[in-house]
Design a binder for this molecule. Structure first.
Ligand code: PEP
Length: 246
């Protein structure tokens, strides 16, 4: 399966910086053979999607509304708007949304259902906290998140799962190779049992992926790519991670 490297810019970058980052990243030779997805803040989506990019580059939103269509929902962005702005993907259930915006598994599933209805591929994030891992609960926590966050509309053609242990996000401390291997095995078994066309579902790892650890992480069985936060904001670092995915 072609590796998939997504950059979650979160709430970073000015308009000028965002354009410069895309220009620096869009090297067709450096990125050849890897599917790359850029996820800028909402306000930069249309601009980034209209810039010249190699065919293996796509655009994703970082979230979408719990409401499916247009209406009186001040401040919200619905899935059809993401599609209209040039997105093919949307990240849902990121731990920062689950923690800071009290997003439940049910809310993630409802957003995903609307996103699928709009033709978007959902990148659904799951992952345990440090307390949960220390209590040995990581597998049950992640399986419950998968069961409740993935709607019945999901299949191999519209679902990517990102395993992001919360304690590894933005901390510089990535999970060990064996932690990643074990959890990706658990997730692969889950999709095989529960979903249609499971072999085409990519399972990404996210959590302090950087040029120094990318090759090791991306060579683990059942790791089909990476969701990258901090290192996606620096062109040289993100390109090095893409190179490691080749
Ligand atoms: C993320 O926020 O999805 C993430 C993986 O961040 P970082 O790479 O900075 O840990």
């Amino acid at each position: 399966m072609t590796k998939f490297i997504a950059g979650n810019w979160k709430m970073n970058g000015s308009f000028v910086e965002s354009k410069a980052l895309v220009e620096a990243l869009c090297d067709p030779i450096l990125s050849e053979g890897v599917d790359v997805c850029l996820c800028p803040p909402f306000v930069y989506l249309a601009t980034v999607s209209q810039m010249d990019k190699p065919a293996n580059f796509s655009i994703g939103g970082q979230d979408c509304s719990y409401h499916g269509g247009f209406g009186a929902f001040t401040g919200e962005i619905c899935a059809p708007m993401l599609k209209d702005a040039g997105c093919d993907y949307v990240i849902l259930g990121h731990s920062e949304r689950r923690q800071n915006h009290c997003e439940s598994n049910a809310a993630v599933a409802r957003k995903a259902e609307y996103a699928h209805g709009s033709g978007l591929v959902t990148i659904i994030c799951v992952g345990e906290t440090l307390d949960e891992r220390e209590a040995g609960l990581q597998n049950s926590v992640v399986i419950l998140q998968l069961m409740e966050s993935i709607p019945s509309t999901a299949s191999g053609s519209n679902l990517i799962i990102a395993y992001e242990p919360v304690w590894a996000i933005g901390t510089g401390k990535s999970a060990t190779i064996s932690d990643v291997e074990d959890m990706h095995g658990v997730i692969r078994r889950f999709v095989k049992e529960k979903l249609d066309n499971p072999d085409s579902i990519r399972i990404l790892y996210g959590g302090s992926v950087k040029p120094e650890n990318a090759a090791d992480i991306l060579s683990i069985e059942n790791v089909d790519g990476a969701l990258v936060g901090g290192a996606s904001l620096k062109a040289d670092q993100f390109l090095a991670i893409i190179a490691a995915a080749k």
